[in-house]
Design a binder for this molecule. Structure first.
Ligand code: AMP
Ligand code: ZN
Length: 462
């Protein structure tokens, strides 16, 4: 059974769904005002791996990932009444809806290229405004929220559990820790906006009982998670920066409305860094999957790179590391293709011990570095029958999602087999000049040959 570190309890716990066999999972999704960067993808990968691990154990997972196509105010933007969506719309001379539609498509394409399994639903924040308003109304009714001048705030002092997730309890939250002056009309400086009055230039706004306005980012996720998954959610994922305030506030809102705990397990991935700084749009150190591909590294090389670190450790991106991952991927794929071609019989030892160790690592809080180490040991174990290795690695890859059998079954172009045999003969005769010429000829046909201790192996350059 899979055990994961629950941010709420700060311990590693078995992930036991409330309904046996069925897992409800909510994944904080992207803000669609720009391309996702590979740091965002690292966080989404955590959810994908959790899901694949649970599915490998035979559980049915219903995963919902929201698309934030409204708002997503940060502190700096908050007071100016601007949000990232609107700033992008202005910069790109498009309507906010056009921006959102364009980057939603781009996100879904990136997710597919990165082998993230599609979620069961992708609720758009813009389509859940009535549900958000309903929650705000209920919070006002029950005294957990108050309105001042068209803004509705959540009263953190009304929710005794505030701070349980992040450790930012009210005593520890000092006044003035934010960069700007808090709204003087707020009762407590940590009170946060559920609904914000629209300023005169605001393009995207909705009528509400509190005047024209728009929702806060946190209420979006409460509304969408309750509406799509109900009042009991087994696991909720996000990046470490979501712990506070986003998820702390989501807990306060949702639980103040329903009156009980909603999410059992919170899982947060650590950030992807470049030169020790968080990869982010604002810092300008961000890299999209497109840019990576333009520089000759495939999306799955980045996926392998991320798998080489534990999700709970920060990871520095380097070009050397992603290049190394690309090479490893190429090597593994040609190994699998070679095993598939190898007719050697199956009377070697079984792969059972490797498989047991692989899944034990996965179950141990998604210990992907150890799982990959087991894969590499299996790769190096020449005592195993090729067909058994291929079958085992294919099972591993249902979790890893690296398309390791992408080259299995590929046929050599006409004439290449004869050239490979000729080259082997040249090498046996120590005629290395001839062997090199033959290697070049094969390369022009798209066939790359590598000499290994076990003989010549080849792969097709696509
Ligand atoms: P955003 O599109 O900005 O709402 O971010 C989407 C997700 O990516 C959130 O869950 C963030 O926690 C996560 N995220 C943002 N920056 C990074 C980073 N550098 N490394 C890992 N995850 C990140
Ligand atoms: Zn969220």
């Amino acid at each position: 059974m899979l055990a994961v570190t629950n941010t709420l309890t700060r311990t590693k716990e078995p992930l036991r769904p409330r309904t046996p066999g069925q897992v409800a999972m909510y994944t904080c999704g992207p803000t669609v005002y720009r391309y996702a960067h590979i740091g965002n993808l690292r966080t989404f990968l955590v959810a994908d791996l959790l899901r694949r691990a649970l599915e490998a154990d035979g559980l049915a997972v219903r995963q919902v990932q929201n698309i934030t196509d409204v708002g997503h105010m940060t502190n700096e933007e908050f007071d100016r009444g601007e949000d990232r969506m609107l700033v992008s719309a202005r910069l790109e001379d498009k309507s906010p809806a056009e921006i959102a539609a364009y980057y939603t498509e781009a996100f879904l394409a990136d997710a597919a290229a990165f082998n993230l399994q599609p979620a069961a639903a992708y609720p758009r924040a813009s389509e859940y405004v009535p549900q958000m308003q309903e929650l705000v109304a209920r919070l006002l009714e029950s005294g957990h929220a108050y309105e001042v001048g068209g803004n509705v705030y959540f009263a953190v002092e009304s929710f005794p559990g505030y701070g349980r997730l992040s450790g930012n309890t009210l005593e520890r939250l000092r006044a003035g820790h934010r960069q700007e002056e808090p709204d003087p009309r707020k009762r407590h400086h940590a009170d946060f906006a559920l609904w914000k009055a629209a300023g005169p230039h605001r393009l995207v706004k909705w009528p509400s009982p509190w005047g024209d306005g728009y929702p806060g980012w946190h209420i979006e996720c409460s509304a969408m998670s309750l509406a799509t998954l109900g009042e009991h959610i087994d696991v909720h994922t996000g990046g470490e920066d979501n712990v506070f305030p986003h998820h702390e506030d989501e807990i306060a809102q949702s639980e103040a409305v329903v009156g009980h705990q909603v999410v059992t397990t919170w899982v947060h991935g650590r950030h992807l860094l470049t030169a020790d700084f968080k990869m982010s749009k604002s810092r300008g150190n961000f890299l999209s999957l497109r840019e990576l591909t333009e520089r000759g590294r495939g999306p799955l090389a980045a996926r392998l790179l991320f798998l080489q670190a534990r999700y709970r450790s920060p990871l520095n991106f380097t070009w050397d590391a992603v290049t190394g991952a690309e090479r490893t991927l190429e090597r593994l794929r040609s190994r699998l293709a070679a095993w598939a071609r190898d007719p050697a019989g199956g009377d070697g030892p079984g792969t059972g011990a490797y498989e047991a160790r692989f899944w034990a690592a996965v179950h141990d809080d998604l210990d992907t570095p150890t799982a990959l180490a087991v894969l590499h040991e299996l790769e190096a174990d020449e005592s195993l029958a090729p067909a058994a290795r291929l079958a085992a690695v294919r099972r591993f890859d249902r979790f890893l999602g690296l398309d390791l059998d992408a080259e299995v079954g590929q046929a050599l172009p006409a004439g290449a087999e004869a050239l490979i045999a000729e080259r082997e003969a040249a090498r046996a005769a120590r005629d290395f000049a001839a062997a090199d010429r033959l290697r070049d000829r094969l390369a022009t046909m798209g066939v790359e040959v590598t000499d290994t201790r076990a003989g010549t192996s080849w792969r097709l350059r696509i």
